[in-house]
Ligand binder design. Structure first.
Ligand code: SAH
Ligand code: SF4
Length: 399
């Protein structure tokens, strides 16, 4: 690992303004309060503002309407006024791949020509959308493809909500007036497990989740949203209080020595500090269990001793342990643990009383599985030697 442990980890994130300084403002991703503010600023009378927010909100997030002219409960002149000042715009889907197992991967283009990936995973009677929160990631977990991408910027709330809307468009899941509501949702769950560290883009992630959870729109309950963090300890309590969604943590190791290498943020906030923050989470967020994600890396973190240590560490925390077979990517410095090893590890955890599902890799054939996301068009790339140096291994290149 070449990074200095004291260096600010968020350094290279470029913050861009919510709306472009010129031209119409995109209404997507604004909270209700922000929507009210921009409407008033553009001439909507104060006394009508709350009602207008409610109406426009429903059109955008309940009906999926993009054209102000279709907002038929608004006066024609008001619709024209809206169209002059605002747009309802989603990121553009530049490619859509469908895996043999039905997983869909969308490559979406956002302002500045950057691209991020969003993955839809269909399941029996439900479906999960894995969304990105940053272009790339400032953290450099040595087993993660996204961590090898150099260029990083935070996504705006519009770009985060936009990924959900893009998927609903593709799934044809906006209600149709007059047609009875279908209670089974194709997109029933969201996981913030795509590219980026959501807690390093806190405000935009929070605002976007508030929009998605709002009962008069997309209306996904907070229990159906899971935010995954590598362990940004000071933001965990805030996530509980201000978002209140389910929490997953990329734990991945049972000693600080190994976790320092796999999840370098551990040098900033170690296992003990992380566990303290996690212990407080369920009470603060009024949620049940925390998901501990654990990537299975051959010979690195997958011994019986690791499994037993893991149980000792998390004692007292309501938890589910999600074992993730390592998904390989070109140049990855690790191998996936053998299936037998993963099962033996899962068995120890299960016998200690924890649910220990082994995550089935989905969409591997289209590089859509956990940790494989990385915009193919993003040319700035770390060298293989840099990746190996960060992983603390050498010589794999010649294998
Ligand atoms: N930055 C956040 C969320 C994105 S990563 C975080 O780290 O939690 C989502 C999950 O995929 C994390 O648990 C991550 O550790 C895991 N992951 C990353 N690369 C992987 C790979 N190559 N194989 C399997 N899981 C991986
Ligand atoms: Fe970033 Fe998460 Fe990948 Fe680590 S695992 S590099 S925090 S996206």
């Amino acid at each position: 690992m070449s990074a200095d442990a004291d260096a600010p980890i968020t350094q290279d994130v470029v913050t861009i303004p919510r709306a472009l300084p010129e031209g119409p403002i995109n209404l997507v991703g604004l909270t209700r309060a922000q929507l009210r503010e921009v409407l008033v600023a553009s001439g909507t009378p104060e006394r009508q503002a709350n009602m207008r927010v409610g109406q426009i909100w429903q059109w955008i997030y309940h009906w999926g309407v993009r054209d102000f002219d279709a907002m038929t409960n608004l006066a024609k002149s008001y619709r024209t006024q809206l169209a002059e000042n605002f747009v309802i715009e989603l990121p553009r889907v530049v490619s859509r791949q469908v895996s043999a197992d039905g997983t869909r991967k969308y490559l979406v283009r956002i302002a500045g020509g950057h691209e991020v990936e969003t993955v839809y995973i269909p399941e029996e009677g439900r479906g999960t959308l894995c969304i990105s929160s940053q272009v790339g990631c400032t953290l450099t977990c040595s087993f993660c493809h996204t961590g090898t991408q150099k260029l990083v910027r935070n996504l705006t709330a519009a770009e985060i909500v936009g990924q959900v809307m893009v998927a609903r468009d593709d799934l044809g899941e906006w209600p149709v007036p007059g047609r009875p509501k279908d209670e089974t949702r194709l997109l029933s769950n969201i996981v913030l497990m795509g590219m980026g560290e959501p807690l390093y883009n806190f405000d935009n992630v929070r605002d976007a989740m508030k929009v998605v959870m709002d009962g008069e729109g997309i209306a996904l309950s907070r229990r159906r949203i899971t935010l995954s963090t590598s362990g940004v300890v000071p933001q965990i309590a805030r996530a509980a209080e201000e978002i209140g969604c389910m929490l997953a943590v990329s734990f991945h190791a049972t000693t600080n020595e190994v976790r320092d290498r796999l999840v370098p943020i551990n040098r900033r906030w170690n296992i003990e500090e992380l566990l303290d923050a996690l212990r407080a989470y369920p009470r603060l967020s009024n949620s049940e269990r925390i998901t501990f994600e654990y990537v299975m890396l051959d010979g690195v973190n997958d011994s019986d001793e690791d499994a037993r240590r893991l149980i000792r560490l998390i004692a007292g925390i309501p938890a589910k342990i999600n074992l993730i077979p390592f998904n390989e990517w070109p140049g990855a410095p690790y191998r996936r643990s053998p299936e037998k090893r993963i099962r033996a590890f899962a068995d120890i955890i299960y016998k200690a009383g924890y649910a220990s599902p082994i995550r089935t890799p989905r969409g591997e054939d289209i590089m859509a599985a956990c940790g494989q996301l990385k915009s193919a068009t993003e040319r700035a790339r770390k060298s293989r030697r840099e990746i190996e140096a960060e992983a603390g291994v050498t010589g794999l290149t010649s294998r």
